[in-house]
Design a protein around this ligand. Structure first.
Ligand code: 13P
Length: 281
């Protein structure tokens, strides 16, 4: 069933769990995520990036993901992740996505505020919720590579939150996107301080490959949305490799696809249980 991002994140904060936010790039990944959420009775955020939407076709992706959302018995939020292109974000809003993220975090503060305000005004008029980022989580993000520009500044975050009236705030606290993160040192004190000063639900990007105990500690301190992309891509690829190793001359897309779904599902279940969102639907 379709659900509200902010409502689910506030429930998570009160219940001391986080809602898993998983990226999908194809139908197999989407099915694995939804099957995991349904089996574990977990709310889930289904995320598509710009390049994933271009790969699948934005109207196709919306059609099959929204159909699956509406038919599901768990709360699902269909989310546009890392929007860099304002026109594409507006298209996602017009299409009917439940929430969108604008990522202008590498731009100067005033520009980030202005662009976020523009998206909030456009989205709110259509009942769509908005996430934006302050401070920059670097790494391999969608098709771009960037460096982190340090951690989120608390005062900037307070000001940004006040000026933009967003529904979820992504902060830079020591993670980065992609497979190769170098040393991961989550800034727990910073999460705690931001949480004590900002009511808007907090989002952790770049959470693949981060030890689950660290993510659990981050949840205890107030993170309510945890983004996972790379770990599910790895699972999908492993599912395919595993199937072809066992069936070297096989060619049935439904059979190798099913194995990819199973691997994605298993990985998603591990995260759901670690984030304690099971049985919260
Ligand atoms: P990872 O690929 O590092 O999990 O990051 C995903 C992400 O933050 C998507 O917004």
């Amino acid at each position: 069933m379709k659900a509200s991002l902010k409502e689910e994140l506030i429930k998570a904060r009160n219940g001391k769990y986080a809602v898993p936010a998983f990226n999908f790039d194809n139908l197999e990944m989407m099915k694995g995520i939804i099957e995991a959420a349904e089996e574990q009775k977990s709310p889930v955020i289904l995320m598509v990036t710009e390049s994933a939407a271009k790969y699948m076709g934005i109207d196709n992706v919306f059609a099959f993901a929204m159909d699956a959302t509406e038919k599901s018995n768990v709360p699902i939020i269909l989310h546009w992740d890392h929007g860099f292109d304002i026109e594409l974000i507006k298209r996602a809003i017009d299409c009917g996505f439940s929430s969108v993220m604008l990522d202008s975090s590498l731009k100067p503060f005033d520009e980030n505020v202005k662009e976020t305000q523009e998206i909030v005004a456009y989205a709110k008029a259509k009942g769509v919720e908005v996430e934006s980022e302050i401070g920059h989580v670097g790494g391999k993000e969608d098709d771009r590579d960037s460096k982190s520009n340090g951690y989120t500044d608390v005062n900037e975050a307070i000001e940004f939150d006040k000026l933009t009236q967003i529904d979820a705030l992504a902060i830079a606290v020591g993670t980065s996107h992609g497979l190769f993160k170098g040393e991961i040192k989550l800034q727990f004190d910073l999460i705690e301080e931001i949480r004590s000063k900002i009511e808007t639900p907090l989002v952790l990007h770049g959470s693949s490959q981060v030890p689950l105990e660290d993510l659990q500690k981050a949840i205890d301190l107030g993170i309510t949305k945890i983004n996972i992309g790379t770990d599910l891509k790895i699972a999908c690829a492993q599912g395919l490799k595993d199937w072809f190793e066992k069936n070297p001359s096989g060619f049935d897309a439904r059979q190798y696809g099913r194995n990819a779904i199973n691997f994605v599902k298993e990985e998603a279940i591990k995260k759901i249980i670690a984030f304690r969102s099971n049985n919260k639907a």
